[in-house]
Design a protein around this ligand. Structure first.
Ligand SMILES: Nc1ncnc2c1ncn2[C@@H]1O[C@H](COP(=O)(O)OP(=O)(O)O)[C@@H](O)[C@H]1O
Ligand SMILES: [Mg+2]
Length: 337
């Protein structure tokens, strides 16, 4: 049974249609990544499943419960770490966690044992008794994470947990998320960092403009793009005619999907192939034709290729477009640079 099931969610803020029929299924026990540029609808989706926002249409099931009918029961099952953290400045981190534990009605002994465990796992011991007002972004984020985990939820939901954090905090958080998953907690995180989703997620959805545009394991998404990419150089092709001849030689080889002459790089050949066995066949062909292979590099398609395929633009372009909406003038300046 899936832990999260969103069906055909619609949500508008006045004239802005943030979600346009978004559906999402998160299986139990996985680390699920929600990847998309700023403005895609990640926060809106997460706030809806955390019962902090009601959709205009669609159904929301979390941990087998109807989140629209039983929001309180859902909140007991999930821990939520928001994108923007608002924490008290006067209390210390420990006092914040104790308060949070009391809100969840944990018994004091259990509460304090749980706090001690999280302090240890998140490396918070040296600063936990300082006032929160003095914390860095990374410390605040870790405290927030501890606070979302106090009641041992079966589902942890994090909205862009590592944006703007120092490298150490980021790796502590990644480590903890992996550990939680191993222990059976389902983790859903949103991110606009490809590398974060790539490093952590077992499954992922790419969301763009209020909809899921691709879903699967990162490998599945890449495979749907076609095979591995191989960049091949046979000597240096001195001209296009020579490159074209070799292209015609390689194109019929079994397992080769496409051969493109790359004019930008000394007439090298870029091949899209299915699987690794193709490479030995390619070598045979080239040996027979007495064309020694000068260089051969194999690379898998990246998630950015997936995004490009689905939307016709790169994630970087999408980010720039959002910046542009916010401040059209600024955008014009930067593209002129
Ligand atoms: N409170 C709000 N009022 C008006 N528009 C909003 C509000 N929150 C989000 N939006 C708009 O909804 C869209 C989706 O936003 P959001 O869910 O925050 O995306 P993400 O988290 O992926 O950046 C964006 O166009 C955003 O500007
Ligand atoms: Mg957001």
């Amino acid at each position: 049974m899936p832990v999260i099931e969103l069906q055909q969610i619609e949500k508008s803020y006045g004239p802005v249609q943030a979600l346009k029929g978004l559906s999402l299924t998160v299986p139990r026990g996985c680390l699920y990544g929600l990847l998309g540029p700023n403005g895609a609808g990640k926060t809106t989706t997460i706030r809806i499943l955390a019962t902090l926002l009601e959709p205009d249409a669609g159904s929301v099931k979390v941990a087998g419960l109807d989140a629209l009918r039983e929001p309180r029961a859902v909140r007991c099952e999930l821990g939520y770490v928001a994108q923007e953290v608002a924490i008290d400045k006067i209390l210390t981190g420990r006092e914040m966690l104790q308060l949070q534990g009391d809100l969840y009605h944990l018994r004091p002994a259990e509460r304090d044992a749980r706090i001690a465990d999280l302090i240890d796992r998140l490396g918070m011991e040296s600063w936990l008794d300082r006032r929160c007002g003095t914390y860095s972004g990374g410390m605040r984020r870790r405290l927030d994470l501890a606070s979302g985990l106090l009641h041992k939820p079966q589902l942890l939901v994090l909205d862009e947990p590592t944006v703007g954090l120092d490298i150490e905090s980021r790796s502590v958080i990644w480590e903890l998320l992996r550990e939680l998953r191993l222990q059976g907690t389902t983790v859903l995180l949103s991110s606009h960092y490809l590398e974060e989703v790539e490093a952590l997620a077992d499954r992922m959805a790419i969301i763009d403009d209020g909809r899921v545009i691709a879903e699967g394991t990162p490998d599945q998404l890449k495979q749907r793009l076609g095979g591995d990419r191989v960049t091949l150089r046979v000597r240096e092709f001195s001209n296009e005619v020579e490159a074209e001849q070799v292209r015609q030689l390689l194109e019929p080889v079994d397992g080769v999907r496409q051969v493109v002459v790359n004019r930008a790089q000394g007439f090298s050949l870029n091949l899209v192939v299915d699987g690794e066995q193709v490479l030995s066949r390619l070598r045979e062909q080239l040996d027979a034709a007495q064309l020694p292979v000068f260089a051969l590099a194999q690379s898998r398609p990246s998630l950015d290729d997936v995004y490009l395929q689905a939307t016709g633009r790169t994630l970087m372009d999408a980010e720039l477009a959002v910046v542009g909406q916010r401040d059209a003038k600024q955008e014009r300046k930067s593209s002129m640079r």
